[in-house]
Design a protein around this ligand. Sequence first.
Ligand code: SAM
Length: 255
Amino acid sequence: MRKEHESTAITYADERNLAARAELFRVLKSYPATDAETERSLGLFLRASLLARIFAIRELYEKILMLPGIIIDLGTWRGQTAVVCENLRAIFEPLHFNRRIVCLDTFNGYQGFSSKDKPSDLHKDGTYKVEKDYALFLERLLALHEKNNAMGHNHGKHKVFKGDCRATLPKFFKENANEVVALAFFDVNSFTPTLASFDRVYERLVPGGIAAFWQLTRDSIPAEGMVYAGEILNKRSHTIHRSQFYPGLCYVSKK
Ligand SMILES: C[S@@+](CC[C@H](N)C(=O)[O-])C[C@H]1O[C@@H](n2cnc3c(N)ncnc32)[C@H](O)[C@@H]1O
């Protein structure tokens, strides 16, 4: 069954771009190297748009190097941002074992749209649902990356929580009264869950800490923009920037 969501259905590409993308995908699936050489050469198939996402995550990671606190990936989906962060941790601060990463997702797709959101065929409850037990898979995958990285004997730092973030995030903070946040990525794309989660994260965000929004200026997905315009812009002391590499990614730094 073909699963559609914004990441695959909304594109600025034309027919020629899409055909080239499909061809690259075919080459990836039939690439004749050994598993080890394919794994070593995955960059052969990395398109610029994904590379830009990775650069953007690195851009923000570098800003928190001298800050204490965990990383939260809210709306983690398949967990790519979290995995990139674990590997950046290994590169930039391999001895920083307290840079824990917390991933949150329903893993059943979008949840929590209200009349404030712009409904569409894709932008509705359930879009982005992943396979059963994906939370467990992702937690194991994160540990596998830790084990592959320097000081890999020290693994199991990162946690994955399944459920609506309006319940899982307050529960996490309640059960972990010591945890403060250096960097939080927001990507749940509905107004009420984004606002509720932002409020909880901001209470624990250290000064200079970063709240990053993947869709802040996207007109067709207005949740993050509404939270920013209505609840942050004139109400919280902050600075805001957009990523150098991924224009959609904007980040608020707490003052
Ligand atoms: C656009 S996708 C995230 C993409 C991901 N951040 C990435 O960069 O690859 C949105 C994710 O938010 C999750 N989500 C939506 N509403 C949620 C909610 N109320 N609580 C937890 N997760 C939610 C969905 O299940 C989906 O995986």
